[in-house]
Design a protein around this ligand. Structure first.
Ligand SMILES: [Zn+2]
Ligand SMILES: [Zn+2]
Length: 338
């Protein structure tokens, strides 16, 4: 098959790779209905994250099961399934606590920007839909695999409750999904920090009540002003830079919650600042598997449409253009069709 390999920064190739096959009795192989480029794929693409060598890319996936290992019992060939970027057994103590991305047997899933993908620990990892979905549901279902699940975790980890005042730092795909999730969890006011018009519009569609374009000290002051000097109950940090983290901690009210779901790059926190901020911090790689059944339901029943976050759709063979468009911020998120 032909699939996506990142050779070095800026060098994405669509090239011949061996077809994935069952390696362990707990594996499944799926034929992808759709896949996409992740904001986190841009870290190595931009040369910010070191690479050991050429890497097969892609970790967001949904599609039809083609083959399963002899120990797999919960999914079978022909079913439409979705899984997260970490495979998990869903039985160990960390999985039971709802932290499947810290599973004792977790395995990173990569190579999904391809026609076919091997998924380890299929029983614990994959969630099947009630039936094969209509085509227009596929983007929304794909979104649950990572970006919607991660946005949901941002809202959950920041303790978003009905009536809450929420601030979202970041207007990328995850920030937009965090906005949608906060709205679903009952937030009354959702302030989104964004400077980008198309993204502001989608943020409003997903539930943003206020947009703040200022950043740094000015951004903090503006949110304080909007909240009568109090700050936000919940701040959802969806970027992963020093600036965004500081912003997030700066706008939380004393006793408030800050979640952080963007992979941090070059972030260091000042102990004294944290101490006097009086905030709860909770983040990490989103345990998407915990939320998958619920999020798949929300999409399946057409309660929400997270699929709108894909504002660029390309044939898989044009994956390099998907990376370029996201890198240059011409696209929020690129969906790839095998
Ligand atoms: Zn991702
Ligand atoms: Zn586990």
């Amino acid at each position: 098959m032909r699939a996506t390999v990142l050779h070095k920064a800026g060098d994405v190739r669509f090239e011949e790779l061996p077809d994935p096959k069952i390696l362990a009795p707990t594996d499944a192989v799926i034929r992808l209905a759709a896949t996409c480029v992740c904001g986190s794929d841009l870290w190595p693409y931009r040369g910010i994250q070191a690479m050991p060598g050429p890497m097969p890319m892609g970790h967001e996936y949904c599609g039809i099961v083609e083959d399963v290992g002899r120990d797999v019992t919960s999914v079978k060939p022909g079913q439409f399934v979705i899984g997260s970027f970490f495979a998990s057994d869903n039985t160990c103590p960390h999985c039971h606590a709802g932290y499947q991305t810290s599973c004792e047997h977790r395995e990173y899933v990569t190579g999904a920007q391809a026609p076919k993908l091997r998924v380890p620990l299929a029983d614990g990892t994959l969630v099947a839909t009630p039936d094969v979905p209509a085509d227009d549901l596929v983007p929304g279902l794909l979104a649950t695999s990572d970006v919607f699940g991660t946005g949901w975790f941002a809202a959950d980890a920041a303790n978003v409750k009905p009536g809450a005042t929420v601030a979202v730092v970041g207007d990328g795909a995850v920030g937009l999904m965090a906005t949608l999730s906060a709205k679903q969890l009952g937030a009354e006011r959702i302030i989104v920090m964004s400077r980008h018009e198309a993204r502001q519009q989608l943020a409003r569609e997903y539930g943003a009540t206020d947009i703040v374009a200022e950043r740094g000290a000015e951004g903090i002051a503006r949110i304080k002003e909007l909240t009568r000097g109090i700050g936000a109950d919940a701040v959802l940090e969806c970027v992963g830079t020093q600036e965004s983290m500081q912003q997030a901690i700066g706008v939380a009210r004393p006793g408030g919650y800050v979640s952080y779901v963007g992979v941090p790059h070059g972030v260091s926190l000042d102990g004294q600042q944290l101490f006097f901020a009086h905030v709860h911090l909770h983040g990490g790689p989103a345990p998407v598997r915990r939320f998958l059944p619920h999020l798949v339901d929300l999409v399946w029943n057409r309660t929400v449409d997270p699929g709108k976050v894909f504002d660029l759709r390309l044939p898989l063979a044009q994956v390099a253009e998907g990376y370029r468009a996201m890198d240059e911020r011409r696209a929020i998120k690129a969906l790839l069709q095998p």
